[in-house]
Ligand binder design. Structure first.
Ligand SMILES: Cc1cc2nc3c(=O)[nH]c(=O)nc-3n(C[C@H](O)[C@H](O)[C@H](O)COP(=O)(O)OP(=O)(O)OC[C@H]3O[C@@H](n4cnc5c(N)ncnc54)[C@H](O)[C@@H]3O)c2cc1C
Length: 406
């Protein structure tokens, strides 16, 4: 029997299965094998239950900049299927996506079930078989066919699509087969910090900071959110993604500097302070925040610099220096990480040099295709991780279709 087996019923698995169905008609039995009780579980919980499907970025050259791993290799794939194609793909299936101010795109229903239902419906249309509660324990290539072992049963397929997400067990199988697996480490996490400036400020945010980890030569810019355990928000998540491997190497113990001011040089910050000093000299420093800092955060930074009831006019040189320093580079020790509940991914996976990025086929084995989190691609938050899964899945469907329809 002509068969395509897909390992894992996630975003990449469904997209590849549906596109195989779309490009091959009924030539093949297409079977998704899922270890969980339900398919599309991550899609369901993603984006806080809203599913951040993709991003509004249109230019593939801009799009790739959001991928700490895969930046170079994804340009070709995105030339073929990018965010706009994802929007169009869902639109043709009756799902409207809307874009938010920061570029993230969600179903207009704000409900991930809309995406789940759409994918399930498409699977139904293409008569894709779905086998749940079935874990694939092993697979190998024998006599020009793929042999899959699952729950003590043996199945054969012409094509094997490997989309199990971040799975240590599958990485082990692929390693034994000869594939290189870049060691997986977590990405998209928040920082555990105990620092006097942050104390009691849970929920307070600042629209734009620059985070600088000088020791590891990492920087990021974006909004910052204070949590009860430390720091979160886009600036932190971005830094965690770009530094995923380096932070892992130092056991998630490192120092960061926060630039609250939006200015680049010490004399610029000092000038802003001196100007404020001259214009509001009779007012209390803590009552006149600078740099759009919220009143509570400003007061906390002032207190940390020894400024309590001081009026601007009375501010000593030493306190001005201290304030300047902490507005430009407020240094905090990170002691560990916490999971960001809205989205987390694994950095690492099957080495991209062993994958043909035009087709997503393994360069080591024929008719083995890989996409999604199993390969060494991951992104910052914003819908980019799903986009990589949609693109990979779509390319697989196209490639198998072209092979068969030659
Ligand atoms: C809480 C959370 C929220 C997220 N929100 C977003 C978001 O809003 N936007 C975004 O872009 N990204 C988001 N992500 C990241 C995104 O979910 C992943 O990048 C994406 O799901 C990867 O797709 P995938 O198909 O490769 O893997 P998965 O979605 O993980 O699917 C793989 C499937 O394979 C199955 N499987 C594994 N091993 C086997 C086996 N041996 N046999 C059979 N089945 C197997 C798994 O059970 C799973 O169902 C989020 C992640 C998390 C954890």
């Amino acid at each position: 029997m002509n068969r395509i087996i897909v390992i894992g019923g996630g975003a990449a698995g469904f997209m590849s299965a549906i596109e195989c169905g779309n490009n091959l008609g009924r030539k093949f039995e297409i079977l998704i094998v899922e270890r969980g009780k339900q398919v599309l579980e991550k899609v369901r919980i993603s984006g806080g239950g809203r599913c951040n499907v993709t991003n509004g970025i249109k230019d593939p050259k801009e799009l790739v900049k959001n991928y700490p791993r895969g930046e170079r290799e994804l340009l070709g794939p995105f030339m073929q299927f990018n965010c706009e194609d994802t929007v169009e793909w869902f639109r043709k299936k009756g799902v409207k996506l809307k874009v938010e101010a920061d570029g993230r795109m969600f179903p207009s229903t704000d409900n991930s079930e809309t995406i789940v239902n759409c994918l399930m419906q498409q699977a139904h249309i293409h008569q894709i078989k779905i086998m749940t509660s079935t874990r694939i324990d092993n697979f190998y290539y024998q006599n020009n066919r793929w042999v899959i072992e699952a729950n003590g049963k043996r199945m054969e397929a012409n094509y094997l699509i490997c989309t199990p997400g971040s799975s240590n067990a599958v990485w082990e199988i692929l390693k034994k087969m000869g594939h290189t697996v870049i060691s997986p480490v977590p990405s998209l996490f928040t920082f555990n910090i105990q620092h006097p400036v942050l104390q009691g400020l849970m929920g307070v945010s600042h629209p734009k900071v620059e985070l600088n980890c000088k020791d590891l030569k990492l920087k990021s810019i974006g909004p910052l959110l204070i949590t009860h355990w430390g720091l979160s928000g886009p600036a932190v998540l971005k830094l965690s993604a770009w530094g995923a491997r380096k932070f892992n190497e130092v056991g998630y113990q490192f120092e960061i500097g926060i630039n609250w001011s939006g200015l680049g040089k010490i004399n610029e910050v000092e000038n802003a302070i001196l100007e404020q000093k001259s214009t509001t000299s009779k007012q209390k420093v803590t009552n006149t925040p600078l740099f759009e800092l919220s009143s509570r955060l400003w007061t906390s930074i002032c207190n940390y610099c020894g400024i309590e009831d001081d009026k601007w006019a009375d501010l000593s040189k030493a306190k001005i220096q201290n304030l300047t320093q902490n507005l430009l580079d407020c240094r905090m020790k990170v002691k560990g990480k916490s999971t960001f509940k809205e989205e987390f991914v694994t950095a690492g996976g099957v080495a991209l040099k062993e994958i043909n990025m035009k087709t997503m086929e393994s360069k080591l084995f024929p008719n083995l295709y890989l996409a999604g989190e199993i390969i060494d691609i991951d992104a910052i938050t914003g819908g980019f991780n799903f986009q990589a899964a949609w693109t990979g899945g779509w390319l697989i469907g196209k490639a198998i279709g072209e092979k068969e329809n030659q």
